[in-house]
Design a protein around this ligand. Structure first.
Ligand code: HEC
Ligand code: HEC
Length: 460
């Protein structure tokens, strides 16, 4: 009831706003009303700082019970043994809980101090591909650099960053200064082989993922245009990755380069690589060179299988926040501009799920604004480290759902794979490669149109 009342008030306010700015626009009107259910039946209609961390409202009772247990697991802080609960952190790690890198199930800020625990990690690998077509582990270091360690061990490396400034001038004369980060490592516990490549990644939001996992593979492949047959400058290609649990190559869906195939593998890898918690999929500690890489407790796997199940279900069943202000003229204009300057070519508004054993996400129509495909985003965003089929400048189109709530939920607006962009405008100005034309068109927009586009993004 309370919620309905709020919705009403919002609608009235929006009506009012739209009457005030009814000057004509040459954009084809887009009916956003169908997109109100951004997560299909999993949509959440409440605008609070809990918007990313609320269970889907349509969960079956048994799924809800397990979700609530997963919620606790996601927040569990692991500590050094011996401890009565959650022991086994390390010997080397990046952070000590899921929530520490996915704050309020949202996005980590760009770290203020790279030597401290944060939501940013560096992946690494040598030139070439391993026997499964994936990144080649760096001898003694693996494929992720842990910059923290428990007592008696050394972190693999310490991280640092320097910035160079790049200026972009918009058509109306506004000058935006972008900061390009260059990450480096020092103090390695043993000499690092020359030629190791680095890829910075920041913890992204984790809601709505069950829906993305349940999009039929054929639908994703149908959106590919590898050779750019339609000649619009935008191709799009699926990643195919080795899945350590299924022990086969499958479609990549998660991670900034679609470098992981399933939420289960992503979560299991997070436990072992990010926190040093061994589990049923990864039963060996990652401290490669030190004391046989073990924390010496002889307790592997450290994580009960049931906890992995709970946390996986949790990540699959978080509600998706509904867009706000979809009747607002400015927002509607923004949606039309989003299409006109080809943002929607990659950030595809609508997707559908097929069957899922979780009834809440089965056969849903939803609005994530992603094609789940890799795109060449140009030199500016390149990490120059391939990840399965993803090249050094290719990234997966990020879903844009919920993006307008980042400030409310996380208290910052640091976007892109390493959190370099300070706001939406900067995020767009970093687009290059296949998105270069889109970015140029964005720069040409009048102030009014630019603000409409941003209002649309902020409505998501
Ligand atoms: C040290 C920080 C850190 C910790 C701790 C961490 N994550 Fe992550 N998480 C990340 C980063 C960075 C990515 C993106 C990885 C990539 O691009 O390869 C990610 C990606 C994910 C994704 C995929 C999201 C998407 O949209 O593709 C899921 C799901 C996830 N993490 C769940 C978890 C769970 C569950 C835990 C706890 C067991 C956890 N994470 C712990 C940093 C972290
Ligand atoms: C060629 C495909 C493509 C086009 C066209 C494109 N994008 Fe993107 N977009 C991406 C990819 C890929 C990323 C992730 C890049 C990264 O993190 O390095 C991204 C990231 C973003 C982000 C940051 C999301 C986040 O979670 O950090 C925003 C905002 C965004 N795009 C908005 C837009 C807008 C607005 C347009 C139109 C002006 C647009 N994009 C056009 C592919 C595209």
């Amino acid at each position: 009831m309370e919620m309905l009342k709020k919705l009403f008030v919002t609608l009235i306010v929006l009506q009012f706003v739209s009457c005030q700015s009814d000057d004509s626009s040459d954009y084809k009107a887009i009916d956003l009303s169908e997109r109100l259910y951004a997560g299909g039946g999993t949509t959440l209609f409440s605008v609070t700082s809990n918007a990313y961390r609320t269970p889907a409202p349509n969960l079956a009772a048994a799924d809800m019970a397990m979700h609530l247990m997963g919620d606790v697991d996601f927040e569990s802080v692991f500590v050094t043994a011996p401890s009565s609960i959650n022991q086994g952190l390390g010997p080397i790690f990046n952070n000590s809980s899921c929530i520490s890198c996915h704050p309020r199930d949202g996005r980590a800020p760009f770290p203020t101090l790279l030597s401290a625990r944060s939501g940013l990690l560096l992946r690494t690998s040598m030139f070439g591909t391993d026997e499964h077509g994936g990144p080649v582990a760096v001898p003694g270091f693996g494929v992720q650099l842990q910059n923290q360690a428990i007592f008696g061990y050394k972190p693999e490396v310490t991280y640092s960053v320097i910035f160079t400034e790049i200026k972009e001038t918009l058509a109306d004369g506004t000058v935006i200064t972008l900061r390009k980060p260059a990450f480096s490592i020092a103090n390695s516990y043993m000499p690092m082989p020359g030629g190791a490549m680095l890829s910075p990644r920041i913890g992204p939001p984790v809601f709505g993922l069950g829906l993305l996992e349940a999009i039929p593979e054929t639908d994703i492949l149908a959106m590919q245009d590898i050779a750019d047959a339609d000649g619009n400058g935008i191709s799009g290609k699926a990643n195919y990755v080795w899945d350590p649990l299924l022990r086969q190559t499958i479609l990549g869906r998660f991670g900034w380069k679609a470098n992981t195939g399933t939420i289960r593998s992503q979560c299991a890898a997070a436990y072992v690589e990010d926190m040093g918690i061994t589990n049923v999929i990864f039963d060996k500690e990652t401290g490669h060179g030190q004391s046989n890489g073990s924390d010496g407790l002889g307790d592997d796997p450290e994580l009960a299988a049931a906890i992995l199940d709970q946390v996986v279900l949790y990540c699959k069943t978080l509600a998706v926040p509904a867009p706000r202000g979809i009747e607002n003229k400015q927002v509607k204009d923004g949606a039309a501009i989003f299409e006109k300057i080809a943002c929607a070519q990659c950030h595809k508004p609508q997707q559908k799920t097929g069957y899922s054993e979780i009834s809440a996400i089965s056969f849903q129509t939803f609005y994530p604004y992603t094609d789940m495909l890799l795109h060449d985003m140009g030199d500016g965003l390149a990490d120059n480290r391939p990840d399965f089929l993803a090249g050094g400048s290719e990234w997966k189109t990020r879903p844009l759902w919920g993006i307008g709530l980042t400030q409310l939920v996380n208290g910052h607006t640091d976007f892109l794979h390493d959190g370099r962009a300070k706001n939406l405008t900067e995020a767009i100005l970093w687009h290059g490669g296949e998105a270069q034309q889109s970015k140029e068109k964005f720069k040409q927009l009048s102030k009014k149109d630019r603000e409409a586009l941003l209002a649309f993004l902020n409505s998501l």
